[in-house]
Design a protein around this ligand. Structure first.
Ligand code: GLU
Length: 475
């Protein structure tokens, strides 16, 4: 068998969709698994949809995820002459033709077809122009496109590696434009020419490209080239089974990274969207190396894959917990801009690591970890059936006790917990009656880390100050 070669062929039209990252990943994995090559091609021939800098952004993201490609990225916009040459060859061979129809005429034609409840398709006006007519039009400098001469009423069959036998009748396929009047090729022509020239053995791409495949097969046939193998990946779905869309939540890889999903966790999650290591396996945590080892095109599902953000949060939390405190502190820095003290950052990380689902969560509790005054309503300090008066009394007793502690007693959460709970027990004080107001006094919140954890981060001075402030609120 020829060497396995796959490619990722994004159009630089904006952000990278998570589905695009999955396509890149599967192409990478399949090539790696089979000691093949994985190539990057930037499909930038649609000048109207280009977004400046999107190509650089794509390249940066592939790097962040460690999806290494084996070539210098190919830009289709630099290859227009090549597509032109191939398109002209098709015209010469009678497989494509000049079309001089104006955009106005085509719009009118489409409107009429829609009004008559017909599928909007090119009506073939220029399909059989005589060579003299073509020559006259060219002489008059009439703008033109090249169209593919799609055979009439033929079934185009192919075997998709994921979907099995697929068949399209050419009656549903328009005479595709191959070269546009601006001299740029369309997606179909450039895609086929490049997959052929780059000797791509397997085209692995999203299901939305399935209807393009018969057009591509016709082009391969017209050129007399053997087509590659095709594998169309299942759609990504929202939990309500509609197509994953921006309206329902994030879809851009950039957005997930900004929120603090770790590349390794995100890639692990994305790998499992539509693929699993096989029946009986419950393994869900995969490094890139493990994915390369286990990946198999045969184990990709046909049906859509639900993008479950809860699962991503769970997985990301798991990866966060595996990080060393120093590493995590470094990653969290961009979310902790207001805090300059590295020691304090590390303390916050130690307290929060267990709870973080994504790095940006760290900024939620920052207020009470800073030395600023915190805001809350006094009634929040009162535990269940207790009263304001009793709460005030308890906070005074707590303050008196904490004053007696030495600075060294604040050296660890465990030590603080031991000291304070022993004191409560010895005096027969109710845990909730003391620890609830203590926690609220320190955090100002209903839910927060434990009072021992916050006390440890804040240190003796600020802890006492906050407890004092809480008393004043109750007076
Ligand atoms: N440029 C297409 C895209 O943006 C490539 C589709 C294909 O892989 O053929 O996804």
């Amino acid at each position: 068998m020829n060497k396995i070669k796959t490619r990722f062929a994004p159009s630089p039209t904006g952000y990278l969709h998570v589905g695009g990252l999955r396509t890149a990943l599967y192409n990478f994995l399949f090539a790696q698994k089979n000691q093949g090559n994985f190539l990057l091609r930037i499909e930038d021939t649609d000048q109207s949809r280009l977004v400046k800098g999107a190509d650089k952004q794509l390249i940066k993201i592939l790097k962040q995820f460690d999806l290494k490609y084996d070539n210098t990225p190919i830009y289709q916009s630099k290859r227009t002459k090549i597509y032109q040459k191939f398109a002209e060859q098709l015209v010469k061979d009678g497989k494509a033709y000049y079309c001089f129809c104006t955009p106005e005429r085509l719009t009118k034609m489409r409107e009429e077809q829609i009004a008559n409840k017909m599928p909007p398709m090119y009506d073939g006006t220029c399909r059989d122009l005589k060579s003299e007519e073509v020559a006259t039009n060219l002489k008059a400098h009439k703008p033109f496109v090249f169209r593919l001469r799609v055979p009439i009423n033929r079934d185009i069959k192919f075997t998709d590696l994921i979907r099995g036998e697929v068949s399209f009748n050419t009656s549903t396929i328009d005479d595709q434009v191959l070269m546009k009047s601006d001299g740029f090729p369309t997606y179909h022509l450039a895609n086929v020419v490049d997959d052929h020239e780059m000797e791509i053995s397997h085209v692995i791409r999203g299901e939305e490209w399935l209807p393009s495949t018969p057009k591509h097969i016709l082009l391969y046939e017209a050129f007399g080239w053997a087509p590659p193998a095709f594998a169309h990946l299942p759609l990504l779905l929202n939990p309500n089974k509609t197509k994953l869309s921006k309206r329902e939540g994030d879809v851009a890889v950039e957005d997930f990274l900004h929120k603090g999903y770790l590349p390794d966790a995100l890639l692990n999650f994305i790998a499992l969207l539509g693929w699993n290591p096989g029946e009986g396996s419950t393994k869900e945590i995969f490094s890139l190396e493990e994915l390369i080892k286990e990946f198999d095109l045969n184990k990709i599902n046909k049906s859509g894959a639900v993008f479950d953000i809860e699962k991503l949060n769970w997985l990301n939390g798991l990866y966060i917990r595996k990080l060393k405190v120093k590493e995590l502190a470094k990653l969290c820095k961009p979310y902790l801009k207001q805090i300059k003290n590295t020691k304090l950052i590390e303390k916050i990380i130690i307290v929060e690591q267990e709870r973080l689902k994504k790095l940006s969560d760290i900024s939620q509790n920052l207020n009470f970890f800073s030395d600023k005054k915190i805001e809350y309503v006094a009634s929040l300090l009162v535990w269940k059936k207790s009263t304001r008066e009793a709460t005030l009394e308890n906070l005074v007793k707590l303050e008196d006790y904490l004053i007696t502690l030495k600075e060294t007693d604040f050296k660890s959460v465990k030590n603080l917990e031991e000291k304070i709970t022993t004191w409560l027990k010895q005096n027969n004080f109710g845990v909730g009656d003391y620890l609830w107001p203590m926690r609220v006094a320190l955090s100002g919140q209903q839910n927060s880390p434990s009072p021992f954890e916050i006390t440890w981060v804040l240190g003796k001075k600020i802890t006492l100050k906050r407890i004092n402030e809480a008393q004043n609120r109750l007076r």
